[in-house]
Ligand binder design. Structure first.
Ligand SMILES: *[C@@H]1O[C@H](CO)[C@@H](O)[C@H](O)[C@H]1NC(C)=O
Ligand SMILES: *[C@@H]1O[C@H](CO)[C@@H](O)[C@H](O)[C@H]1NC(C)=O
Ligand SMILES: *[C@@H]1O[C@H](CO)[C@@H](O)[C@H](O)[C@H]1NC(C)=O
Length: 651
């Protein structure tokens, strides 16, 4: 989903509405709305009661869209994440309104703290569909880990909209999946102009028996444990690898075509998960999965190598990616966009206890993932990566801003209420745009795989040209020993890394060189190295979107998941790659290939027709982890159409 860039500060594709684009209209039922029509011809209307008092006041929305639109959404908070969302779509002669919330840039979950009641003037005709609804709970909310947000009934509030021409998967289902938006933008209506003295008269005669959103039911199957789990006093030390099944009973087939490298086989372990992101293995070989919008689920294996049982370990819809266990498997860490939590974990019972907030104050906005890792040799250190706010987040040139950065927190001495992310802990490098993939090598030194920027133009002597298809590279950076501070700057937001050198025609470059977008008298490309920007150790194809990484047993290969692109004429990514490593004379681990290599990543597991993939049509590898015997790799795919878990096994 890329409702994201509405928030990420890039120019919103569908524009941003100034006050003068807002107008008042009266609909066929005689109700007056403050309205705005975007370039796709979708009209958004808002009405509230005269004299509404800040807090939780009622609001009416009306969304009218041409029938060519698959779904249209409104964010009450002006961003995709941490705001109540209304998503509407046609359903035969009717329409649906789904109350949602997103804690990452993935399919929003149902949101139960806001309720929409349909009002007359909802339905479809030959050309348009219209949803008119009263919302309770849309003007005041408290995002997890942040303070309350109240929309000002007497002033301007920034809302956001997004839409797609692709229909939702199942229009009957209020909890249906749907793909990312085609475009998005913002609208900042002055709510004082949306006030109307007759507001309550408009639905005086209407009974509101059934909210459009059903009350919460457990969306996770209760434990379906069928295999009795022995309880030895210790974890089995040298596990026997489980057999590799050719398929798993009751699991649907692969949602889309794929290929695997020679020597590997792919098996689907589970489907229909809720946006599976980060995954870890516990000391008994059970798989823990962050299902974004749900929490953490735990899956045990049966003797056939398939899942034997699945249950919810932590219910917290705000958890969106980060997960890690200490090497002894007894302490679990997870993150939401704003907060890192610690739990005691019991791998025998698969239960958590003693929740503690260990890091807070991670910004609510920008890139939402807070990847974490606990270096095996330093079980008391929690390493957390926090990405940039915008595509180019200028203030992050100062590390004290606390974004585009990796920081380390000592869990032996957590302040009351948790560390504040941007003022406490210590640096493990800054100028790291969005390092979602973190891995620890055989020395417990940290490697970061970074998502480079989008929409790049190179400007030289006032002339700009497009270089974005193959630049900047996704970077592999060495952050070093996490037990000591690493104050180094890795270049962002000023210095970026070349992947496709041939796209830069104004100078001679090779893959791995650093460059600036617009060289000038005070900062040339060569100044990147001169001013201490640490070059990437390897470069990968631009826009492949690295999500996670795992070393094999002997640290001879790093396996990286590439989620797949949106900002490229031909799609790329949607695969798992293998990068060979070696140990050098100083005992340090490093990639085999030199920094100017373009072929360091070898494909292991890929989507068929990669270049025409979208986030909806192809799998999107995300979390990756080896089993205890290092013979099987587990891979989560958080594609909105279906969350899947795969197993890659050596054959
Ligand atoms: C269909 O609905 C739209 C939006 O309410 C309206 O503008 C249009 O006139 C309607 N068309 C017909 C044929 O009723
Ligand atoms: C890949 O392309 C081929 C040829 O166009 C087509 O038959 C096949 O269905 C495509 N596969 C996927 C997963 O899109
Ligand atoms: C020169 O380029 C640097 C790096 O991109 C930038 O920070 C600086 O503002 C530029 N200076 C001028 C005068 O444009």
């Amino acid at each position: 989903m890329h409702w994201s860039t509405a928030l990420l500060g890039a120019v919103a594709l569908a524009g941003s509405a100034a006050a003068q684009d807002t107008y008042t209209y009266t609909d066929g039922e005689g109700r007056t709305f403050l309205g705005y029509t975007n370039t796709a011809g979708i009209r958004y209307g808002i009405a509230i009661a005269e004299g509404a008092i800040e807090g939780a006041y009622d609001a009416m929305i009306q969304i009218t869209a041409p029938n060519s639109i698959g779904w249209a959404g409104l964010s009450w908070g002006g961003s995709m994440t941490y705001s109540p969302l209304a998503v509407v779509w046609p359903n035969g002669d009717d329409v649906q309104v789904s109350s949602r919330i997103a804690f990452g840039y993935s399919l929003p979950s149902l949101y139960y703290d806001a309720t929409y009641f349909f009002l007359p003037g909802s339905g479809t005709n030959e050309t348009h569909f219209t949803a008119t609804a009263l919302c309770m709970g849309c003007t005041s909310w408290t995002p997890p880990g942040a303070g309350p947000i109240d929309l000002d009934p007497n002033g301007e509030n920034t809302l956001a909209f997004a839409y797609s021409t692709s229909p939702v998967t199942d229009p009957d289902d209020i909890d249906t999946t749907f793909g990312r938006h085609d475009a998005h933008g913002r609208w900042s209506p002055d709510f004082s102009q949306a006030q109307h003295p007759d507001f309550y008269d408009w639905f005086e005669d209407i009974e509101f028996p059934c909210p459009t959103v059903p009350p919460p039911t457990s969306s996770v199957p209760a434990s379906t444990s069928s295999i009795p789990i022995p309880t030895p006093s210790d974890d089995p030390a040298d596990p026997d690898p489980l057999p590799v099944p050719s398929s798993c009973p009751g699991v649907s087939s692969f949602r889309s075509g794929f290929g695997v490298a020679n020597g590997w086989r792919a098996v689907k372990l589970a489907g229909n998960l809720r946006t599976p992101r980060g995954i870890v293995l516990d000391t008994r070989g059970n798989l823990l999965v962050v299902e974004s919008g749900l929490g953490v689920t735990v899956h045990t294996f049966g003797p056939d190598g398939c899942f034997a049982s699945s249950k919810t370990l932590i219910s917290n819809a705000a958890l969106n990616h980060g997960i890690g266990l200490t090497a002894d498997g007894r302490t679990l860490y997870v993150t939401s966009m704003t907060t890192a939590f610690e739990y005691s974990y019991d791998p025998v019972a698969q239960t958590v206890s003693s929740e503690r907030i260990v890091v807070t104050g991670m910004i609510q906005g920008g890139h939402p993932t807070r990847a974490l890792i606990i270096p095996p040799a330093y079980p008391h250190l929690l390493v957390i990566s926090l990405g940039s706010y915008d595509n180019i987040d200028h203030p992050t040139i100062d590390p004290s801003v606390g974004r585009a950065i990796v920081k380390v927190f000592d869990m032996r001495d957590v302040p009351q209420g948790g560390y504040r992310y941007n003022t406490q802990g210590y640096l493990l490098g800054y100028g790291l745009r969005n390092g979602v993939a973190l891995a620890a090598d055989g020395n417990s030194h940290i490697w970061e795989v970074e998502n480079g920027a989008d929409q790049f133009q190179r400007t030289v002597n006032g002339q700009s040209y497009d270089i974005h298809a193959d630049n900047p590279a996704e970077e592999l950076n060495y952050l070093g020993d996490p037990s000591v501070e690493n104050p180094n700057w890795y270049g962002y937001p000023t210095c970026h890394t070349i992947f496709g050198a041939e796209q830069l025609t104004d100078a001679q470059f090779q893959t791995g060189d650093q460059f600036v977008l617009a060289p000038n008298a005070t900062f040339s490309d060569a100044d990147c190295v001169r001013r201490g920007s640490v070059p990437a150790r390897l470069s990968f194809q631009a826009h492949t979107a690295p999500m996670d990484a795992a070393f094999d047993r002997d640290f001879e290969n790093l396996f990286i998941t590439f989620h797949g692109s949106w900002n490229r004429p031909q799609a790329t990514g949607y695969k798992v790659v293998q990068v060979p490593y070696t140990r050098n004379g100083q005992g340090l681990y490093e990639p085999v290939d030199p920094p100017n290599s373009r072929t360091a990543a070898r494909d292991i597991f890929w989507s068929e027709n990669e270049s025409s993939c979208s986030s909806f049509t192809c799998f999107r590898p995300c979390g990756i982890v080896f089993d205890r015997a290092y013979s099987r790799l587990f891979v989560a795919s958080d594609r909105p159409a279906e969350g899947e878990l795969f197993m890659l096994a050596r054959v």
